[in-house]
Design a protein around this ligand. Structure first.
Ligand code: S0N
Length: 274
């Protein structure tokens, strides 16, 4: 028998819900009245939650979603879009969602977009940058930038093109059409489509499968997938993981111990692999 899904709060925020069920963390935008459009504060809170997930050794996988069942996220909140970015309480215009995108890509744990309803504009880009996307049958996808005086030429364009191909990505941005869940599945934009009432159950089941896998193996795979696309930043991420693994070895420990003991290191006992 499977354990009933029960989410425990990790930390209270104003514009997101941040909860946990075993090794699964769920970050959910809680602004359903505007189809989960994000403000600078929403994004700041998501960044903080992601950072907490990164540091928590009991969390192995993260679900990104939106409350209400009618929208994953409708992008930047146009009512707080000012001159040069989205404006929060500090009155500074920001595009801090770009920082969130980078964290989703680089956090060394799988991030799954759980998409019900609209995934539009900057909200669409958020699901694109997640490692996996599971869609409810009511999900609708699209970009709106050229309609509303905006564009995302970063991951929103280049990574989207890697996911669905150049022609399709240009169609998505140039026409600003909306695509249903089956069309999204057909173009490789999402991994699976399920009935809305099975969305969370299916996503949690995928999370449980992932949690049974080797965390270091998943970490290396995620950074390997990124490295091919992300240039020097991608190589840095992959190489950082190689360093982490090397630090775990007796060979690396000999270097540190010799320094601390003020002696010459003896690396002769370590094999020179073919
Ligand atoms: C999602 C849509 C298609 C749903 O239509 P529907 O079902 O008819 O609902 P509505 O009645 O339109 O919406 C219900 C209520 O929600 C409000 N609302 C919806 N989306 C937003 C939003 N994004 N901002 C503010 N409010 C929103 C509606 O106004 C309505 O409120 P009430 O009930 O009071 O009338 C439809 O809602 C839609 O098309 N929404 C807008 C989608 C959109 O254009 N999003 C912004 C796109 N741009 C970005 O996201 C940019 C992100 C970004 O930060 C960025 C990143 C990188 C580089 C550049 C940028 C950049 O901004 O420039």
């Amino acid at each position: 028998m499977t354990e009933p899904i029960s989410w425990t709060p990790i930390k209270e925020f104003k514009e997101i819900l941040f909860t946990q069920f075993g090794g699964i963390a769920k970050i959910s935008i809680n602004r359903p009245q505007v189809h989960n459009a994000f403000t600078p504060l929403t994004v700041q809170e998501m960044i903080e939650a992601m950072r907490m997930c990164q540091d928590r050794t009991d969390i192995g996988v993260i679900i990104l979603t939106g409350e209400g069942g009618r929208a994953f996220c409708s992008g930047g909140d146009q009512s707080v879009r000012g001159h040069g970015g989205y404006v929060g309480e500090d009155t500074l215009p920001r595009l801090n969602v770009l920082e969130l995108q980078k964290i989703i890509r680089s956090i060394p744990k799988p991030v799954i977009a759980m998409v019900a309803g609209w995934a539009i504009g900057g909200g669409h880009v958020l699901h694109v940058v997640c490692d996996l996307s599971i869609a409810a049958d009511n999900a609708r996808f699209g970009q709106t930038g050229p309609n509303v005086g905006s564009f995302d030429g970063g991951f929103g364009a280049s990574y989207l093109a890697r996911v669905v191909g150049q022609k399709k990505a240009r169609e998505i941005w140039f026409l600003c059409d909306q695509y249903d869940a089956q069309e999204a599945l057909d173009m490789g934009l999402v991994n699976k489509v399920v009935p809305l009432d099975k969305l969370e159950e299916t996503t949690v089941a995928w999370c449980h499968k992932i949690l049974q896998k080797s965390p270091l193996s998943l970490r290396m795979l995620k950074s390997s997938f990124n490295a091919e696309l992300d240039g020097q930043a991608g190589i840095q991420e992959l190489a950082g993981n190689a360093t982490l693994l090397y630090y775990l070895s007796d060979e690396a420990k000999e270097g540190r111990e010799a320094f601390m003991e003020k002696r010459q290191p003896d690396f002769s006992k370590f094999p020179k692999f073919p």
